[in-house]
Design a protein around this ligand. Sequence first.
Ligand SMILES: NC(=O)c1ccc[n+]([C@@H]2O[C@H](COP(=O)([O-])OP(=O)(O)OC[C@H]3O[C@@H](n4cnc5c(N)ncnc54)[C@H](O)[C@@H]3O)[C@@H](O)[C@H]2O)c1
Ligand SMILES: O=C(O)C[C@H](O)C(=O)O
Length: 328
Amino acid sequence: MANAPVNITVTGAAGNIGYALLFRIASGALLGPDQRVNLRLLEIPQAVKAAEGTAMELFDSAFSTLGSVDIFDDPKQAFEGANIAFLVGSMPRRAGMERSDLLSANGGIFGPQGEALAAGAADDIKVLVVGNPANTNALIAASHAGDIPASRFTAMTRLDHNRALAQLAAKAGCHVSDIDKVAIWGNHSSTQYPDLTHATIKGEPITDILADREWVENDFIPTVAKRGAAIIEARGASSAASAASAAIDHVRDWCLGTTSAWTSAAVMSDGSYGVPEGVISSFPCTAENGEWKIVQGLEIDDFSRAKIDASAAELVDEKNAVAGMGLI
Ligand SMILES: NC(=O)c1ccc[n+]([C@@H]2O[C@H](COP(=O)([O-])OP(=O)(O)OC[C@H]3O[C@@H](n4cnc5c(N)ncnc54)[C@H](O)[C@@H]3O)[C@@H](O)[C@H]2O)c1
Ligand SMILES: O=C(O)C[C@H](O)C(=O)O
């Protein structure tokens, strides 16, 4: 293989998402069949043995795209030389909890990881935070990451985006690949705004579907926004394989470029669309040359304005809460 191997750190490697994610990265689903990857797994000491079991299975899979697998319980060692970091390791919510209930349990994980990334990651490091509450955990990591540009810290709303595509495809009787220009705005929480205003199917606007306000407002939006809770209720555990798949989609698009007109990613707000600067919010985005760009120039109607503002206000509240805890 012509290119140098890419070093990829995955935290929470022995967890449910980790188990689904690692084999897809190792098999070439992230960076393609011609790019070798070195995996660096980070776990807490109690879970290192389980991570060793996963590493044995990775070894046994004899993937042509897998270089090495190393296991660490020290973030500084795990992030040394990392080009890509998936920050998954953290506690999932249980039935009846909101993701923000995890702020105090999980927030403390991300400051030290931001510092460890700053200490040793490669200059081109790209970070995706999956652990909840993902947007604010990404903000915590970014705020401890010294010279690493804030644009390298992102949080995952691609699962919400994919859920929105699936719901719209089912309603319209089309394939998900026929759909474009769906957007998730705001927080990966129940205040998120899955927005169909600009959506197209095979390039055509979805005028009839948008006119069905009962379906858009009382079915589509709450179904997407509360899908995580519905999965927890059904499985007894939070989404794992679909989350891992969305994490692959997010980082693949970031590294290799988006192929659809746009997708959704939570990135540091630059004030676009009135979302306050300094929170990590989901926007409709494209990726090119390894950089996310927020899609500009969209008309925002009154309904969308209120939804975007409500989720942005929750992000500001979460930011203030973690500032109050001394985490940023
Ligand atoms: N953003 C999203 O769309 C999305 C989707 C699904 C799940 N999640 C979140 O992802 C996180 C992980 O979910 P899961 O189902 O894999 O949970 P899990 O409990 O199965 O696994 C979590 C793993 O993280 C490890 N861990 C805990 N603290 C750590 C630390 N400081 N460093 C390294 N590893 C650590 C644990 O030992 C465990 O192995 C949860 O917070 C969950 O809510 C986010
Ligand atoms: O909902 C959760 O707590 C897990 C995850 O964020 C999801 O959206 O499935």
